[in-house]
Ligand binder design. Structure first.
Ligand code: SF4
Length: 71
């Protein structure tokens, strides 16, 4: 995972065209491609509803977080 960035919550920061082996298509994506943008674990569509529309989001998949959730 060298070079990956994480947000203040320890979630993996992803670009819309990134993809990983945990990809799962989001129900809201009409033509799901294997990209974070179409993945149910990303916040891209939730973020764009709030008005921010940059090409970065975070991955909510626990297995991609910086450290295992053990608190
Ligand atoms: S959003 Fe997360 S789980 Fe989905 S493809 Fe991107 S990195 Fe993988």
């Amino acid at each position: 995972m060298a070079g990956h960035k994480y947000d203040e919550m320890g979630l993996l920061v992803v670009q819309e065209n990134y993809c990983c082996e945990h990809f799962e298509p989001d129900d809201g994506a009409l033509v799901p491609m294997r990209e974070c943008w179409c993945c149910k674990w990303s916040n891209f569509r939730a973020d764009s509803k709030g008005g921010t529309c940059d090409s970065y989001s975070v991955c909510n998949y626990v297995g991609n977080a910086k450290e295992a959730v053990n608190r």
